[in-house]
Design a protein around this ligand. Structure first.
Ligand code: SAM
Length: 219
């Protein structure tokens, strides 16, 4: 099945509200736990989170690493509002800097000590822009962890995944999950993008039936 692109920015009020109130605790904590396990030495510095959404991942990360800071970037105004509320509630206003901007327009000085991103890449029309940003915004040797959805082979498979993993979720979330699956990349496409960007030393893993994860250090 060819990729069917979904809108880049999640800037609908209702869409952001439903996403921010959905329970991604297991998936998000799993992402953070993997980062902590892969990079035990990263105790200080600034982690850049591209497409941070409601900021649940940076908040979880900072609870485990009390001397890290995060720059959390998302181009959706409504999503940033949810992120701002969550950060205040967690008491992390002085450790998470929110930037409402497309990551393609971001400039950082100094560069980030690490880059994370969950569930952004499938939104991006040209994935090379994403890998370029990772390379460009991170210090040489910075740890990277990127996770996203895998595109299934057929629309029927996508529908089955939605029924399997989001059976009782609101219709807006099921709709977004389905279209995100159709807009996602395959493992082969991600591998080809990394090769083209001279980033092949990053590792790709497929941990389950609907995700890929890229990890390693970027140079
Ligand atoms: C599916 S959400 C994931 C949010 C968060 N990373 C998480 O795991 O909960 C994807 C987010 O990426 C944002 N986004 C999409 N394209 C973007 C871009 N070019 N620059 C910045 N943010 C973008 C969307 O607005 C949305 O909030």
């Amino acid at each position: 099945m060819e990729r069917i692109l979904e809108p880049e920015i999640m800037d609908g009020e209702e869409q952001a509200k439903v996403y921010a109130n959905a329970n991604f605790a297991e998936e998000n904590q799993g992402f953070v736990d993997q980062f902590l396990a892969l990079y035990p030495d990263l105790q200080e510095g600034t982690v850049l989170d591209l497409g941070c959404g409601p900021a649940d991942i940076p908040i979880r990360l900072l609870r485990s690493r009390p001397t890290l800071h995060v720059i959390a970037v998302d181009a959706s105004g409504p999503m940033m509002q949810w992120a701002d509320d969550a950060i205040r509630q967690a008491g992390f206003e002085d450790r998470i800097q929110l930037v409402c901007k497309r990551f393609q327009d971001l400039e950082l000085a100094p560069s980030a000590d690490a880059v994370i991103s969950n569930s952004l890449v499938h939104h991006v029309p040209n994935a090379f822009q994403f890998w370029y940003a990772v390379k460009n915004l991170a210090k040489p040797g910075a740890p990277v962890l990127v996770m996203d959805l895998l595109r299934p082979e057929t629309t029927e498979e996508a529908r089955t995944l939605v029924d399997q993993y989001a059976a009782d979720e609101p219709e807006q979330l099921r709709h977004d999950f389905y279209h995100s699956l159709l807009s996602a990349f395959t493992e082969d496409e991600i591998a080809a993008q990394l090769a083209e960007m001279y980033m092949s030393r990053l590792l790709i893993d497929v941990p389950d039936d609907r995700h890929w994860i890229v990890s390693g250090r970027v140079y």
